[in-house]
Ligand binder design. Structure first.
Ligand SMILES: Nc1ncnc2c1ncn2[C@@H]1O[C@H](COP(=O)(O)OP(=O)(O)OP(=O)(O)O)[C@@H](O)[C@H]1O
Ligand SMILES: [Mg+2]
Length: 264
């Protein structure tokens, strides 16, 4: 099982939308066995996946994976399973004395369930807290959607070098296998301002972008994503021409990410 963590401390950049749509891509298009864990108390990922009804929803919620030893037998036997978020998640950060145990519990759970799924997709909350740290400590890959505004671009430094949850620091210390798939510009608009920001971003952080074709992977602003998320459906199942257009440009991005994870 390969574990992908969606992480960026900036809110509203598309972590949950990418988590859900990429999980659908893995399950529906690539026919992989997929486990989704929602560590965000806002539960956007849980809501979308519940609404769509395409995955089995585990009665065990995600805070329990941190607070208790959970074995694979407690998770239903299905090829596409969601461990939904819950309100308890917000209380995890305050229990500092338990943080090591939280990360160990999650690590042990994922190791126990590793032969049941091909991919685990973890959606995280936009706070640099134990939920994000534990995810990065157990993950194999990180993907960071971001928006093309200056504030978000300035946040890339934190993404890499933050004292607690900087990817470079975690990779150098507690999780050497962690690999950054890359930053994924999302909600990209064809404005001169965004084009300029993309140019600046690729000049400063070319190595962090995901090479695709002659350029870099990015997802355009499209009404298809919020519509698909509201319906809980894969973009390619919306059956509208705008969604087909969106899927035509998103599919190669997802295919590239899956390839980089060694999932094909
Ligand atoms: N490519 C896109 N085009 C248009 N809207 C998008 C796109 N990607 C995401 N959105 C929409 O933007 C909003 C924010 O996305 P999402 O909730 O996935 O962000 P997030 O990073 O998970 O936010 P948070 O940090 O609050 O968890 C949602 O309404 C989502 O449907
Ligand atoms: Mg989210």
């Amino acid at each position: 099982m390969k574990t992908l963590v969606l992480a960026n401390q900036k809110g509203g950049v598309g972590k949950s939308a990418v988590a859900v749509q990429f999980a659908y891509y893995l399950a529906d298009v690539l026919k992989k066995r997929v486990l989704v864990i929602d560590f965000d108390h806002q539960r956007n990922t849980s809501k979308a996946i519940r609404t769509g009804g395409l995955a089995t929803v585990s009665p065990i919620t995600s805070s329990r994976l941190l607070t208790s030893k959970t074995d694979a037998a407690s998770i239903e036997h299905a090829d596409f399973v969601l461990v939904p978020g819950d309100a308890e998640l917000i209380k995890m950060e305050k229990q500092a004395a338990e943080h090591n145990k939280f990360a160990t519990n999650l690590y042990t759970f994922l190791a126990d369930i590793a032969d049941r799924f091909d991919v685990c997709v973890i959606d995280t909350n936009p706070n640099p807290d134990i939920r994000q740290l534990a995810s990065l400590v157990v993950g194999d890959f990180v993907l960071s959607p971001l928006q093309l505004n200056q504030e978000a671009i300035d946040g890339i430094g934190d993404l890499l070098n933050h004292d607690n949850i900087g990817i470079r620091k975690i990779k150098a210390t507690i999780n050497k296998k962690l690999e950054l798939i890359g930053i994924l510009p999302n909600i990209v608009e064809p404005t001169p301002f965004q084009r300029e920001n993309l140019r600046d971003l690729s000049a400063a952080f070319a190595k962090l972008l995901i090479p695709l074709g002659a350029g870099f992977a990015a997802i355009k602003k499209t009404t298809a994503i919020p519509e698909a998320q509201a319906a809980g459906l894969p973009v390619w199942k919306l059956g509208k021409s705008s969604a087909r257009e969106a899927w035509a440009h998103i599919r190669p991005v997802f295919s590239k990410i899956a390839t980089q994870m060694g999932v094909e």
